[in-house]
Design a binder for this molecule. Structure first.
Ligand SMILES: [Zn+2]
Length: 297
């Protein structure tokens, strides 16, 4: 309220239409991203890229995913206002750059850096392919099925339930807060990226989401990497169910078209949404169609 009054009196709120054109003004009006508190000491940070989750107290600090270097530095600035010690724990849900490129901002400041064993292999491979090993901070600890660590009064438990969005997606459970960061296993009502080059599997992804709903409970609050327009990056079990349904409908749709003799090109040309799962929108319907085609071939 104070801020708004100040901006009004300074004549800065005269036209909202100015916002997109004038970056300096937008910078004045919209503060740099902030931590959004969820439960206990867990918050999320959503500047650009996959959602980050943090545990922050003056004694403990955990970060799950890191977006890009600039965003990770901004986040670090926010964290440092409360805690100046090394991070107790840094987790990468999977290897994609919009979740791990910011790791480098935490170089020399992390006690334990963990990811699924396949995620580490993918991170290393992609960094090597792009000649970016020097700018990459790789996890130093890996796990295969489950892994846990106590940090302050919270226990962080990692689960691997099989291939989905990639072949190395960790589900990160803050047990006391009962919050689970799903990485990109959930795109909340948005067409997902399906990384076949890193072992993604739609059929198995459905199983992973079903298993997750069984593993956690009705009170669990989920955090997802990405969401569609007007959908939050926090989610409930019902949203996991909707995602599994979308994946199922996608496989069914491509299977049916294939059986009718349609080519992949024909399917791509005519499809803007998946019948039976039209809540899922955005750019990139071709990604799920291509992946489904490959999986059914
Ligand atoms: Zn991803």
């Amino acid at each position: 309220m104070q801020r708004r009054r100040f901006l009004q009196s300074a004549g800065l709120l005269t036209g909202v239409s100015l916002l997109p054109q004038q970056a300096w003004l937008r910078g004045l009006l919209l503060p740099a991203s902030e931590l959004l508190a969820l439960r206990r000491n867990i918050s999320i940070y959503t500047e650009r890229g996959g959602t980050i989750a943090c545990l922050l107290t003056p004694q403990s600090m955990v970060v799950v995913d890191t977006q890009f270097p600039e965003q990770a530095s901004n986040l670090l600035g926010l964290l440092r206002a409360t805690n100046s010690q090394p991070l107790d724990l840094l987790v990468n849900t999977h290897h994609h750059g919009d979740h791990t490129a910011g790791n480098i901002a935490f170089k020399g400041m992390v006690n334990t850096h963990v990811a699924h064993v396949n995620s580490l292999a993918n991170q290393e491979r992609v960094a090597r392919e792009n000649d970016k090993l020097a700018e990459t901070l790789l996890p130093t600890t890996t796990f295969t099925d489950t892994w846990s660590q106590r940090v302050g009064d919270e226990t962080i438990m990692l689960h691997y339930l099989g291939a989905g969005h990639t072949n190395g997606d960790a589900l990160v459970h803050f047990q006391e807060a009962n919050i689970v960061h799903l990485g990109d296993l959930l795109f909340n009502r948005r067409f997902p990226y399906v990384d076949k080059s890193a072992g993604a599997n739609i059929g198995n992804w459905i199983e992973v989401l079903t298993a997750a709903r069984r593993l956690f409970d009705k009170d669990t609050l989920y955090v997802c990497g990405h969401a569609g327009e007007n959908y939050p990056v926090t989610a409930s079990a019902a949203d996991l169910k909707a995602m599994a349904h979308f994946l199922k409908m996608s496989l069914r749709y491509v299977k049916k078209a294939k059986r009718k003799g349609e080519t992949l090109e024909q399917i791509l040309a005519k499809t803007t949404e998946i019948p039976g799962a039209s809540e899922f929108k955005g750019q990139g319907v071709e990604r799920i169609l291509n992946a489904a085609w490959e999986e059914l071939s």
